[in-house]
Design a protein around this ligand. Structure first.
Ligand code: AMP
Length: 213
């Protein structure tokens, strides 16, 4: 895995601190995805976005240290969405998040960015109607964002199919690989096909992350 230690700062501080002349237009993403970025009125990529796009777009695994507020969600969504094929109506990327709130945050941002691309994003989390989530998966979803328990449940029931999966992302990986989640999360990763790209985003880098990597 590639170790990236992306600075954890607010988007504004980050832009001042890092390469202020770097533009989203130079990343090499599709026009459709760029339109999504423009819809969100993001002027410049944050530090973590600048550092992560290239390696992920080029096919590498990454471990990234970054905090909420640094723009980390778009940092992994943009290169991953860039590499998904809208014409293949199968789940190609799975992001695991420790809470329903975070899963919804990631799914919302991904869906907004993907708005013009034809790619579909669905959140899968516990405590909400499973039937609506099953229906969303049946309709054809490219990028699933979910909490581990519900994701495992959907997989075991046969609603979440992973044969076309090429990206696994752990958001708040330190939480995801803590004792409470370890078995479920590593169990899910073991079910996913290889080769694939694995992206770990974490506020801290405890030994559990290195063990998992
Ligand atoms: P995150 O760290 O992913 O939770 O993002 C924190 C906030 O920054 C969210 O409201 C994002 O929509 C916003 N954001 C992400 N990237 C940028 C950017 N390049 N410029 C301005 N705001 C951004």
């Amino acid at each position: 895995m590639t170790d990236l230690d992306a600075a954890a700062q607010t988007p504004t501080q980050t832009n001042d601190a890092l390469f202020s002349d770097v533009r989203f237009e130079s990343f090499g993403m599709t026009e459709a995805l760029l339109l999504g970025v423009q819809d969100l009125a993001y002027q410049q990529p944050t530090a973590v976005q600048q550092q992560v796009f290239g390696p992920v777009f080029d096919g590498r695994d990454v471990i990234v240290q970054s905090q909420t507020g640094s723009g980390k969600t778009a940092a992994f969504c943009l290169p991953v969405l860039s590499r998904l094929d809208a014409s293949v109506k199968k789940v190609q990327a799975l992001c695991l998040a420790p809470t329903r709130e975070l899963a919804l945050h990631v799914a919302t941002e991904a869906a907004r960015l993907a708005r013009h691309t034809g790619l579909r994003v669905a959140p899968i989390y516990g405590g909400a109607s499973i039937q609506a989530q099953i229906d969303a998966l049946r309709a054809g979803v490219h990028f699933v964002v979910g909490t581990p328990g519900r994701v495992l449940d959907m997989y075991r029931r046969g609603h979440l199919k992973t044969e076309a999966l090429r990206f696994a992302i752990l958001d708040e990986a330190d939480e995801m690989l803590s004792m409470g989640f370890w078995e479920e999360v590593t169990g899910i990763l073991d079910l996913l096909p290889t080769p694939r790209q694995t992206l770990l985003f974490s506020a801290t880098l405890p030994p559990s992350i290195e063990t998992a990597a």
